[in-house]
Ligand binder design. Structure first.
Ligand code: SF4
Length: 380
């Protein structure tokens, strides 16, 4: 029994040494880390993630001054975790017009924003002369004509597929047109968990794993940087979490080894908030707010597993609250995200983190760890 415990500790130490030695750990090794429950072992995993963070990106914690604009919540899909979507005409449905988008952007710019993050529901009525792409291009022009300096971080891989499907054109055609119109980078959202058996339950109408990977890789090939995300803490297993991280790492390896002009700029962990989510999934998961300890362990394992391939890691203050997100900075994260100014998707799901942060709040949180802070641009 004693020998087994020693062997076990040795294998954990070996995995952590391997990561510190700049070697990629395997999926089996990542899974073993995630399965640890002893507090001493988890402390070792945390310390390794923190050392890697310090070595890869230093002590400075970054943030971005940005505003979220969700232009509509009218959506044809019915993801089982989504409290944001509405049918057209239903109570609470909204669809912003040009003036509202300009006014929100203008307010953001006046507050020093360098980025607008724009995503929305999949609204089949959002067309100009029957074309979905024309509508999205007009959205981009609305912002870029008046604010050409703003970085437009917009439209998830799912939205790219929606436009392509509606207009019967290739993903590449959509991405090139959006890029030419002024979209600067793509949010790596709609990834949820890149496992089709999980997707069939939580987002059955969404693009499958292969399509998500194909669209993000196409963006990289065309010179559009993307972020990457994972929606954790619902029905997925630790093995599916590691497999998701493995797919992201491989995608980044593909971009870098092929010298694509775009790549993944950061990894953002998004723990599931179930409070106002549709009943079926909420009941199945059985709790309203994320489990902080699980999220922190996964945060550390993500830093270790993604290694030198993806070096910027961001927790979600919307999902964890500012205190939880600040804690994640000691578990491998080096960025506190954006000011957002408004947030609907998770707030409608019952998150307690709030919908906006001032620069001072972010700076104070970072300073509480005695680490320096710095404003960054969207792609670092
Ligand atoms: S998560 Fe996105 S695609 Fe799914 S229902 Fe909500 S708005 Fe629609």
């Amino acid at each position: 029994m004693l020998v087994t415990a020693i062997d076990h500790q040795e294998s954990i130490d070996h995995i952590l040494d391997k990561a510190l030695d700049n070697q990629d750990i395997s999926e089996a090794e990542g899974l073993l880390l995630l399965q640890q429950v002893e507090s001493d072992t988890i402390t070792k995993i945390q310390a390794t993630a923190d050392r890697l963070r310090k070595r890869q990106v230093g002590d400075t914690v970054t943030y971005v001054i940005n505003r979220n604009i969700n232009f509509t919540n009218i959506c044809e899909q019915h993801c089982s975790f989504c409290a944001f979507r509405r049918d057209a005409g239903a109570e609470g449905a909204f669809w912003l017009n040009t003036d509202q988008i300009i006014s929100k952007t203008s307010e953001a710019v006046a507050q020093g924003a360098t980025e607008i993050c724009m995503q929305g529901g999949l609204n089949p009525a959002a067309k100009i002369e029957g074309a979905s792409l024309a509508y999205y291009l007009a959205l981009v022009a609305t912002i870029k004509n008046q604010f050409p300096q703003i970085h437009l971080h917009a439209f998830s891989p799912q939205e790219i597929q929606f436009i392509a499907r509606e207009d019967k054109i290739a993903y590449q055609e959509v991405i090139i047109a959006l890029q030419d119109a002024g979209v600067d980078s793509m949010p790596g959202t709609a990834a949820e968990v890149l496992d089709d058996s999980v997707r069939k339950i939580i987002c059955p109408e969404k693009i499958d794993t292969a399509t998500w990977l194909e669209i993000v890789s196409t963006a990289h090939r065309l010179g559009m940087p993307t972020t990457s995300t994972m929606l954790s803490g619902h029905i997925e297993t630790p093995s599916q979490q590691i497999s998701h991280l493995h797919k992201l790492r491989s995608l980044q390896q593909q971009a870098l080894t092929n010298n694509y002009p775009g790549k993944i700029t950061e990894f953002i962990l998004l723990p599931f908030v179930g409070k106002e989510a549709p009943q079926a999934l909420r009941k199945r998961v059985g709790r309203d707010q994320p489990v902080l300890a699980d999220t922190l362990k996964l945060t550390a394992v993500a830093r270790i597993f993604l290694g030198n391939w993806i070096v910027n890691h961001q927790p979600s203050w919307v999902k964890l609250g500012l205190q939880g997100a600040t804690e994640a900075l000691s578990w491998g994260c080096n960025d506190l995200g954006g000011t957002l100014m408004e947030e609907h998707i998770t707030t409608m799901a019952g998150a307690q983190g709030g919908t906006c942060m001032t620069v001072e709040e972010l700076q104070t949180a970072i300073a509480s760890l005695k680490r320096p802070y710095k404003q960054r641009q969207t792609i670092y």
